[in-house]
Design a protein around this ligand. Structure first.
Ligand code: CDP
Ligand code: MG
Length: 140
C-alpha cells in the first residue's frame, strides 16, 4: 500500500463528449475524495511541459496538440493506495486493451484520445498536482 494522493485530468475528448459528470461519478463511486477540481485549458506550451517526459516519442506533437485542443478537468484525488487503484479504474492506455468497465473502455476512442490521465507514481502525483494547483488552497 502506498500514498493517498493521485492526480487526474479528464481529457478534451471526454469533456467535449459531455462525460465530465459520468467520469466524476465513477471516481467517487470508487472511493476517491476530490480535494481539488477545476475546468481549465492547457496552452500548447503548458501541455508540452506536462508531457515533457514523452518529448522524444513519435506521438509527442500529436499529444500536445490534442491536450491543448479544448478544455480539460484537472483534479487531485485522495484514497488509500491512490495511484495504483486509479490506474486500475482508468484501464490500459489503449482502450482496445482496457478491461471491461474501466473509464477508458467506456469513454476512450483511441490510444491518443483516451479520455483520462492518471499519475503513474506517488512522486509524479505530487509533481502533477503542483503543476495544476500550485496557487490553490486545498481543503481536505
Ligand atoms: O496515459 P498513460 O500513462 O496510460 O500513457 P503514457 O504512455 O504515459 O502516454 C501518455 C499519453 O500519450 C497517453 O495517455 C496517450 O494520450 C498518448 N499516447 C499516444 O498518443 N500514443 C501512444 N502510442 C502512447 C501514448
Ligand atoms: Mg503516463
Amino acid at each position: 500500500m502506498s500514498g493517498k494522493t493521485t492526480f487526474t485530468m479528464i481529457k478534451p475528448d471526454a469533456v467535449k463528449a459531455g462525460n465530465i459528470g459520468n467520469i466524476l461519478q465513477m471516481i467517487n463511486a470508487a472511493g476517491y475524495q476530490i480535494i481539488a477540481l477545476k475546468l481549465t485549458k492547457l496552452s500548447p506550451e503548458k501541455a508540452g511541459q506536462f508531457y515533457a517526459i514523452h518529448k522524444d516519442r513519435p506521438f509527442y506533437q500529436e499529444l500536445v496538440e490534442f491536450m491543448s485542443s479544448g478544455p480539460i478537468v484537472a483534479a487531485i484525488l485522495k484514497k488509500s493506495n491512490a495511484v495504483e487503484d486509479f490506474r486500475k479504474l482508468i484501464g490500459s492506455t489503449n482502450p482496445a486493451d482496457a478491461a471491461e468497465g474501466t473509464i477508458r473502455a467506456l469513454y476512450a476512442s483511441s490510444i491518443g484520445e483516451n479520455a483520462i490521465h492518471g499519475s503513474d507514481s506517488d512522486e509524479n502525483a505530487q509533481i502533477e498536482a503542483a503543476f495544476h494547483f500550485a496557487q490553490t488552497q486545498i481543503f481536505e
